[in-house]
Design a protein around this ligand. Structure first.
Ligand code: GLU
Length: 387
């Protein structure tokens, strides 16, 4: 990498870390647990490092996994892959242990922690979203450190966030954080999967994450929804879209947080996108679940991707799934099969099927009335949604 560019990146990162006021730190089970379940040394070290940041006037929210791992330890068995109810039950056992460990560790530094358990449903409802936001902001105003996890005991697979990386990205938006730190068991992001490729190199900076293909980087090793680097890159891309930089560093290496804030070059720093999307678009793209797919032709792809236009019924070649008016749907380029983004459909699927391929002037003739000339309005569409 060009020396001068590298200096510029370093300087940008230094200033970002120095100015960060509200930080979401996510820590995964692989960091928190060892052969004997929850590792108290890691928890104590985290409490020490986070308290130091907190003492310097920064607000910190910790998104922590580890409930299932801690519960497994108590039950002396870990059959979480077997059935959902097992996982839900062990997480109930583990969550209180996890919080107890954090409470004790943070108390040594005179810090108060608060447990916040969220489900995807909570953030889907605008009212509950605001409730969660208000509660978290109240806690921060009291200088309390919220420790957030998914409420595993009540969610079924289809209603899960996917993983805590996805949850952490939603929390960034929820509280309007200005920095995301993802503590992982890896040293950072490599340009190929280091477990499969010995030549893989650590990337200290990713300046345009929208150009990065997580599938290629992970080489099929970790797929969407199962954690691993794939979901970390997806979460970082979402963060970048709302203008939040991400730092992916090893939570296993000693005092990594303290070292990185003292200027040491560790892990991977991911730049935010220059033009961030509105929080409303972020909310609709990532808090709602796509319930159908709309396939579009070459002309529509060009209009959407390069001209910033809305999707008209004329460009639609196929509609998949059944959905109602206002549902979130994926828009896919029929030629390449590539997802272009997600948006709210102005029409229900049965109506879209009737008007697809037709000019907007023909909508009234087909449906009896023309309420919208667009199938998906640009204002309700997120191009390049990281799904
Ligand atoms: N909520 C799960 C737990 O506390 C972890 C989910 C994840 O790591 O993605 O064990």
């Amino acid at each position: 990498m060009d020396r001068q560019k590298l200096e510029e990146y370093r300087e940008y990162k230094r200033q970002t870390l120095e100015r960060a006021k509200k930080i979401v730190i996510k820590v995964g089970s692989a960091v928190l647990t060892g052969a004997n379940g929850l590792d108290p040394r890691v928890i104590n070290r985290l409490a020490d490092e986070i308290s130091l940041l907190h003492d310097k006037g920064r607000d910190v929210l910790l998104v922590s996994s580890g409930a299932v791992a801690a519960g497994c330890k108590v039950m002396r068995s870990c059959k979480v892959k077997e059935c959902l109810s097992y996982k839900q039950a062990v997480s109930a056992i583990g969550q209180s242990r996890l919080m107890h460990a954090y409470d004790q560790a943070f108390a040594l530094y005179d810090k108060v922690t608060a447990q916040v358990l969220l489900t995807k449903d909570d953030l889907k409802s605008r009212e509950r979203f605001l409730n969660a936001r208000n509660t978290l902001l109240q806690l921060l105003s009291w200088k309390v450190i919220p420790i957030i996890n998914e409420n595993d005991t009540v969610v079924v697979q289809e209603l899960k966030f996917g993983d805590n990386d996805a949850l952490a990205a939603l929390v960034l938006n929820l509280v309007e954080a200005d920095l995301f730190i993802n503590l992982t068991s890896a040293d950072g992001v490599y340009n190929a999967n280091p477990l499969l490729n010995k030549e893989a190199k650590l990337m200290p900076y990713i300046t345009d994450i929208s150009k990065l293909d997580p599938e290629e980087i992970c080489q099929g090793k970790t797929t969407q929804g199962s954690g691993g680097m794939y979901s970390k890159l997806l979460a970082a891309r979402r963060a970048a879209q709302i203008g939040v930089p991400t730092l992916i560093i090893s939570g296993k290496s000693r005092f990594a947080l303290e070292r990185v804030f003292s200027g040491e070059e560790l892990g991977t720093f991911i730049f935010p996108e220059e033009k961030s999307i509105s929080r409303r678009k972020f909310w609709l793209a990532y808090n709602l679940d796509p319930t159908g797919e709309v396939l579009v032709d070459k002309g529509a792809t060009r209009a959407i991707v390069h001209q910033g236009k809305s999707l008209l019924p004329a460009g639609i070649v196929d509609v998949r799934g059944e959905f109602g008016k206002g549902a979130l749907v994926k828009v896919i380029d029929a030629g390449s099969g590539k997802s272009l983004g997600v948006g709210l459909s102005n029409y229900k699927s049965s109506e879209l099927k009737q008007i697809m391929g037709k000019k907007s002037s023909e909508i009234e003739q087909v449906l009896g009335q023309c309420v919208y000339s667009e199938a998906i309005h640009r204002d309700n569409f997120l191009l390049g949604a990281a799904l």
